[in-house]
Design a protein around this ligand. Sequence first.
Ligand code: ADP
Ligand code: MG
Length: 266
Amino acid sequence: MTTALKVSDLSAQIDGKKILNGLSLEVPLGEVHAIMGPNGSGKSTLCHVLTGKAGYEVSGTAHIKGDELLGLPVDQRARLGLLQSFQYPTEVPGVRLREFMVEAGEERGMDVAELNTRIDEEADRFGMTRFLDRSLNDDLSGGEKKKSEILQMAVLQPKVALLDEVDSGLDIDAVRQVAEAVESMRSPELGVVMITHYSRILRYMTPDRIHVMIDGKIVDSGGRELAEELEAGGYEAVRNRLGIERPSLEPERKPSDYFTETPFDV
Ligand code: ADP
Ligand code: MG
């Protein structure tokens, strides 16, 4: 088993606030892992720290196929094969999806002609051809945006893909489509980390492993049964089982508060 991403004892703080607390995680190549956690558990911070966003005090290690990421500049992390979705150049209006992908691919040392061929093939596969010459800032629906992000991954062929809140704000048909797109990305050369707050996307895909993140670390890992526990009892059930106290500032919530962002199965 070759490991795509191996994170060991990762801690991070910003502005004096400790957010990651000794997080460890291993994602083999070829696998899709889900990280589930309540709001504020540090999921997005994990992405920021791995991609190299400035401002964090970081300790621990994070390797992509054996190469240490931490301490490297953002572009070198990308060249090692790390890709986080949601890299929209919102400050550059008028950039077309195709141009954006060509530029991102060139930064990763890919050949332009080969990139254009891949873009055409993958856009065709995902039914996204008509979006290639539209501006990234055009009014895409939530689902189209997420599909365009998955297209970017298919084209750029990272070794590790970080998908933060890939299913947020989508109606249930779009959640299903995104789940199918993530499944179709599976490759022996890729490890996917799919981060989400809601368990509903797990109805449409089967990650190889599910990790629960609370208070800046992975507190439990498992398979399907963990998704079922979350679906039935929310993070409260996992906290109770593991004897983790609920932060006193956080109001008590019912499972339905976590899982019914939009109505589904109706
Ligand atoms: P999640 O993505 O799981 O909802 P985040 O990683 O966004 O969680 O945030 C984790 C915690 O860190 C939250 O309590 C958040 O308020 C806090 N936090 C995030 N960024 C900062 C910052 N720049 N300064 C202080 N606290 C922060
Ligand atoms: Mg987040």
